[in-house]
Design a protein around this ligand. Structure first.
Ligand code: ZN
Length: 389
């Protein structure tokens, strides 16, 4: 089965988009305490409500959960330290997770928060300008927490200032506080290019484009070495001691460095692809299935193909690009993109092959990406033909 995901107006002008801007927060000690209280409260409410659903057969409706929440608030006064919309957000998230579990086979039942599965964030809805930047644009006002110092690029500051803020999620990631600000913004899509591209996404080489652009796996050996080094150091120190905290801070830094390096590479390449092409064809991947292969799993974890797909999807949507997914069983690798011959003997390890029919020498992934592009274009044509009366 093939389908076209992105049916938005193809050649539009300016449009409203919701966007998330992530900023680094520098809370004071006092603010940090308040943030941690909010994060803790979210986990607490989550577990209490989930307990009612799981063990007392409470139906997870907004009305039921809101009633329980009101009772909890009386019983546990510390919950009042959270802003009211952030408390309500917990049951909204819980209902969403529950419905997802009901609808999708693969989505498990919502899990309790614990040391192993900690709650690390909370969200506050914006209302009456209660979330806003100060005049100098170096602090953000957040209800119940106060004016928190933050850093981000000039462009991001400008964007936040000029947009309508919908909500803020405050998150603790590897020991660092972030604010993820959801905004409504006017977005001017990128220029039309009259170009199409096919992309082969894979384990051996994460990304190969039909125009010859390739992305190899980034060498993160040094970053991983650093992470392991500080991990070992932490193990040797007494948890909670000053030396432990110093090692943990260094470990967090190393971890963030690795993540940023990878994200940077992905953002650069997905930006380039979306900028230069109006039609982007991808394969429907069975990444979940690949994860079952024990040999592939660590590498899959490392290269996070989901992140590449996520970026391509949202950037396409923002820029009126057509993103097309060709069917999972489309034989993209075996088909000769030059003459159409089906080379059914192609082995998994064969990175290059010569077509027995036309003699063309193929790079396996490049050949696949050209086939994906052609199949994508064929599908678009099919869609257009269907609309002709
Ligand atoms: Zn051929």
């Amino acid at each position: 089965m093939s389908r076209i995901i992105d049916e938005n107006n193809y050649y539009g002008g300016q449009q409203d988009v919701t966007e998330a801007v992530k900023i680094r927060l520098y809370p004071t000690e006092e603010q940090e305490k308040k943030i941690n209280q909010n994060i803790g409260n979210r986990g607490f409410i989550w577990n209490k409500l989930l307990g009612k659903i799981k063990h007392e057969n409470v139906k997870p409706t907004q009305k039921n959960l809101n009633k329980i929440l009101n009772e909890l608030k009386i019983k546990y006064p510390f919950l009042k330290k959270s802003e009211s919309s952030s408390r309500q957000q917990v049951y909204r998230d819980l209902i969403k997770a529950y419905n997802k579990h009901k609808k999708e086979k693969n989505a498990g039942f919502p899990k309790f928060k614990s040391k192993k599965n900690p709650n690390i964030s909370f969200r506050i809805q914006a209302n009456n300008n209660n979330i806003h930047l100060n005049e100098r644009k170096n602090r953000i006002q957040v209800p119940t927490i106060g004016k928190i110092k933050f850093k981000t690029s000039k462009e991001h500051k400008q964007k936040i200032q000029e947009s309508k803020i919908n909500n803020i999620t405050i998150k603790l990631e590897n020991g660092i506080y972030y604010g993820i600000i959801n905004i409504n913004t006017k977005h001017k899509p990128m220029k039309k290019q009259y170009h199409a591209v096919g992309i082969d996404i894979g384990i051996r080489r994460p990304l190969t484009c039909s125009d010859g652009l390739k992305m190899e796996e980034l060498d993160l050996t040094q970053e991983e070495k650093n992470i392991k080094y500080y991990q070992r150091k932490m193990r040797k120190k007494e948890p909670g001691s000053r030396r432990y905290r110093i090692a943990k801070e260094k470990y967090n830094k190393a971890m963030n460095k690795k993540i940023n390096k990878k994200n940077d590479q992905y953002h650069k390449i997905t930006h380039h692809i979306v900028k230069n092409n109006d039609i982007i064809a991808l394969e429907t991947l069975n990444i979940k299935g690949w994860f079952k292969n024990k040999r592939w799993a660590p590498k899959l974890q490392r290269i996070s193909l989901y992140e590449i797909m996520r970026q391509l999807k949202y950037k396409s949507q923002q820029n009126n690009r057509k993103l097309i997914q060709v069917g999972r069983f489309f034989p993209s690798s075996q088909k000769c993109s030059n003459c159409g011959y089906q080379y059914t003997d192609l082995k998994l390890g064969e990175e290059e092959w010569i077509c027995p029919e036309c003699g063309k020498h193929h790079d396996r992934d490049l050949n696949a990406s050209i086939n994906i592009k052609n199949e994508g274009l064929r599908l678009i044509l099919e869609e257009i033909i269907k609309t002709i009366p």
